[in-house]
Design a protein around this ligand. Structure first.
Ligand code: HEM
Length: 510
């Protein structure tokens, strides 16, 4: 129970040595904090003994008050705080802050109670366990902790990252959901909630390599004993795996790969030689799903780390927390049993694996765009310029209108494609949805680019500063290009989408 304090009492504490202020009807004793205040002591002394609510919210995020709650000594007599205090798991009540299906007054044909229960539990888990580590790692560039991996494994959250499938059988998921009931809408929720840690480098560092690498082992490893062992080791968090396709020689042009896999004379193993570049999580992985050039085409192999595998971090424009890697394979011996999919036909292994990855990325970046929109709505209401809130400027409202249309259209298309996925087999998805998902990802990243651009202008200097008011928008603006490039560039995906449509074009004339 916090003490009840009168405004007259606060007014008496008005010097640098004895300094109280009021923010949102709450009283803070800053006497001991003045010298440590990042904004300096002068500004605090200027408001000593006064209500500094407007000045505070013009310069700080509400989370600053949570981080410094030890300074809070009471509440003004007869008054109540007005600013909403976010608790882990809460839904946003900012208009468009949540997709329509999570907004109280709206309906959706797709989501059941199971999805809603799962969403609530995942959000709470992400905000309690992932978000704090994500922010710290994003700043200092450290990789994901084993402690967090263990927590995700214990809650079967690692298994959820791979989407529906046999690996979900018998598992109990967050919210008490049965693994057997997990569908592509649960899967979509997983991606969209993870993206709410607002740290794009850590988002990938959070075992994105597993989400796109283990899927290939599950789908294509014919050796049951090996498949089950790898799956168990990775989903229990004991070992880490990533997907290694791109090279300095070949990015989106997968057919240009130069890493080679040569079968030994006795046919018992392959020898792998070559390099891979931009491999997410590679520096800390034990297993690599590697696309290689072989005698008559392309062959995908599961390579285990040994002394002939060398990994080095690559510095990119997002955080080193992602573990982006340059890999060298120097005469690495890989047992024949580690073949994934048919020998020399690895192209289809790589391509079929792409759909789920691209769809996940579309969901994540769509959620990022919505977060940026919510940040702008909050900021435009709390920022006072020319003596009135920023939202009173028509030019700002026009930008926000555009953002809303992009974010809502993006989510609606995502949900519609997700519904198709719940109805189609894996083979049907590969056949009918490859092009659509490619276009969906392309659209999502174009939306993100526009939203990030406007959001940064709305935040001004704060939108280009990594700490303080604009850190979320700064991170989004700096990193949205990762989604536009990883998993297939916008240009390649747009072209793929149209070429797939051309294949089923009837002989129709105008
Ligand atoms: C409970 C009271 C306060 C706490 C705990 C606090 C804490 C902080 C923190 C952590 C920062 C670093 C930037 C950030 O993380 O947002 C900061 C910056 C700053 N603070 Fe405060 N502050 C308080 C009150 C105030 C008040 C009342 C004023 C002005 C009247 C003020 C003026 C500033 C300024 C000018 C900056 C630098 C902002 C910038 O670089 O954009 N602070 N404060």
């Amino acid at each position: 129970m916090s003490a009840s304090i009168t405004r007259a009492e606060v007014a008496k504490h008005n010097t640098e040595e004895d300094l109280w202020i009021i923010v949102d009807h709450k009283v803070y004793d800053l006497s001991e904090f003045v010298d440590a205040h990042p904004g300096g002591s002068v500004v605090l002394t200027q408001v000593a003994g006064q209500d500094a609510t407007e000045a505070f919210y013009n310069l700080h995020r509400n989370e600053v008050l949570t981080n410094y709650k030890s300074l809070h000594i009471g509440t003004i007599e007869g008054e109540k705080p007005e600013v909403i205090e976010h608790k882990a798991g809460d839904l946003s009540t900012v208009p468009y802050g949540e997709p329509l299906w999570l907004t109280k007054q709206y309906y959706s044909p797709y989501f059941t109670d199971s999805h809603r229960t799962y969403q609530r539990a995942v959000r709470e888990f992400v905000e309690t366990h992932i978000l704090p580590e994500a922010r710290a790692a994003e700043r200092d560039g450290t990789h994901i902790s084993q402690e967090l991996i263990d927590k995700m494994a214990a809650n079967n959250f690692l298994a959820c990252r791979l989407g529906p499938g046999k690996h979900m059988a018998g598992r109990t998921l967050l919210g008490g959901i049965k693994g057997e009931d997990f569908d592509y809408f649960h899967d979509m929720i997983t991606s969209q909630e993870i993206a709410r840690c607002n740290s794009r480098g850590f988002q990938d560092g959070n075992l994105a390599g597993m989400a796109i690498g283990l899927t290939a082992v599950h789908a294509w490893c014919e050796n049951t004993e090996l498949r089950e062992r790898i799956s168990k080791e990775v989903l229990s968090g004991k070992k880490k795996i990533c997907l290694a396709v791109t090279e300095a020689f070949a990015g989106s042009d997968v057919a240009g790969l130069r890493t080679t896999a040569e079968l030994s004379k006795d046919g018992s193993h392959y020898i792998v030689n070559g390099t891979k570049k931009w491999i997410t999580n590679g520096v800390f992985c034990d297993y690599f799903v590697v696309a290689c050039k072989s005698e008559k085409g392309y062959t995908v192999l599961l390579v285990e780390r040994d002394e002939n595998v060398d990994t080095k971090p690559i510095k990119t424009s997002y955080s080193p927390a992602a573990g982006t890697t340059y890999i060298e394979f120097n005469n690495v011996k890989v047992p024949k049993a580690h073949l994934l999919g048919p020998e020399h036909k690895g192209f289809q292994v790589v391509m079929s694996n792409f759909n789920h990855e691209r769809w996940m990325m579309a969901g994540m970046v769509a959620r990022w765009s919505r977060t940026a929109l919510e940040e702008c709505l909050k900021w435009a209401h709390q920022r006072i310029v020319f003596s009135k809130p920023l939202i009173n400027q028509p030019v700002i409202r026009a930008k926000i209108a555009r953002m809303i249309t992009l974010v809502e259209a993006n989510q609606a298309w995502l949900e519609s494609v997700t519904y198709q996925m719940t109805k189609m087999s894996y083979a049907e998805q590969s056949k009918h949805l490859g092009g659509t998902i490619a276009l969906l990802k392309n659209y999502s990243t174009r939306c993100a680019y526009e939203v990030a651009d406007d959001a940064t202008n709305i935040f001004g200097g704060r939108g280009i500063t990594q700490t303080g008011m604009g850190w979320v928008v700064e991170n989004f603006n700096r990193t949205n290009k990762f989604d536009a490039i990883l998993g297939g560039t916008e240009e390649i995906l747009a072209d793929l989408g149209v070429r797939q449509a051309m294949r089923s074009m009837p002989n129709a004339k105008l």
